[in-house]
Design a protein around this ligand. Structure first.
Ligand code: VTB
Length: 331
């Protein structure tokens, strides 16, 4: 992608903005599928406007299982001189959050050169994410108590002053217990661990740990490459057929996959737009019946500049293309 990428990076903000705008229309509707569908349609429509030969590597599901943005799908305008780009998408990280009108939902896209984003064959991964200060200091294979001890020493604070973010799931009951016994503070989230992992490099979360979605792990890695943070992961299989898929794809269950393994090279781009307000981005707000305001973050691994973009959208004029319906539609 090289220098072309500079211009392209900004194009990706439009992609997550459009998906967030569309998703936010369905805030609190109780229907996750509808939220996802609306965001995915907008995301694909906006991706099609970018001069790239894009292929979805991390998407909404494998071919034929998802109606759009499935793995292997071609996106972008495919002009001859456009660069080949691999794309990872999560039109809505936290569909349940949007459907229930809860905070912390993001629309997310990452891009990189061909081969830069790790295709993940399983639903879940063990994850340990942290910001620049703890990068290289923790070990996903070490015990919780040990990692917290190291983190406290490096950050020059007491273990009781560490804040650990964990997905609120039954599978984490013993992890939560261990962190409590070690004496650290815990913040539980119901969904949205891309935002959770990013929060370790941006604000008051020290470590994100636990088992979360594998595609979300790759997206978090892309973001953390740009933020100089780190994510360590291990594949987690829920059954034998997943074990076989992981092995067939050439991965090992006991191997640690680091930030660079998930999102390689300098040409990584990451963009996210807040759908509902959260740890580091405000959600979409509507003003009157003509204006919507979005808050996004866009960044590249190469120079690590982090841009926050506030956009004021005039809904009277704004349209989003839909490939499915071959139309330009109002938000
Ligand atoms: C997390 C979270 C996502 O999936 O990755 C989670 O970030 C993991 O799966 O928002 P389970 O919900 O099965 O625990 C999401 O909640 C998306 O579904």
């Amino acid at each position: 992608m090289s220098d072309l990428q500079r211009g392209i990076a900004m194009e990706f903000v439009r992609v997550t903005e459009a998906a967030a705008l569309r998703a936010s229309r369905w805030l609190g509707n109780g229907n996750k599928e509808q939220v996802d569908q609306a965001a995915s349609d907008a995301m694909r429509g906006m991706l099609d406007l970018i001069s790239i030969k894009g292929t979805v590597i991390i998407g909404e599901g494998e071919k034929d299982r998802a109606p759009m943005l499935h793995i292997g799908e071609k996106v972008g305008n495919w002009n001859e001189d456009g660069p080949g780009v691999d794309i990872a998408v999560d039109p809505v990280d936290g569909t349940r959050l949007v459907a229930n009108g809860l905070p912390n939902a993001l629309s997310v896209v990452a891009a990189g050169e061909h081969g830069s984003l790790l295709p993940v064959p399983s639903f879940y991964m063990h994850k340990l994410a942290c910001g620049p200060a703890l990068k290289g200091k923790l070990d996903i294979n070490a015990g919780v108590r040990e990692n917290l001890k190291v983190a406290a020493a490096v950050l020059n604070k007491d273990v009781k002053d560490l804040t650990i973010l964990i997905l609120d799931r039954e599978r984490h009951l013993s992890l939560i217990e261990e962190v409590r016994r070690a004496g650290a503070r815990i913040k539980l989230i119901s969904d949205g661990d891309v935002a959770g992992a990013i929060a370790t490099a941006i604000n008051s979360i020290d470590i994100y740990m636990g088992i979360g979605g594998a595609p979300e792990g790759v997206l978090a890695a892309a973001a953390l490459r740009c933020l100089d943070g780190e994510i360590q992961t291990k594949f987690y299989a829920t059954d034998d057929s997943e074990k076989e898929k992981i092995a067939a794809a050439g991965y090992q269950l006991d191997k640690v996959y680091y930030t660079e393994d998930l999102a390689k090279g300098e040409e990584i781009i990451f963009s996210a737009t807040g759908i509902t307000g959260g740890e580091f981005l405000e959600g979409v707000s509507f003003r009157g019946n003509q204006t919507a305001v979005t808050h996004s973050i866009v960044m590249r691994a190469k120079y690590r500049t982090v841009r926050y973009i506030k956009a004021i959208h005039n809904l009277k004029y704004k349209t989003i293309p839909s490939r499915a319906r071959n139309t330009e539609e109002k938000v």
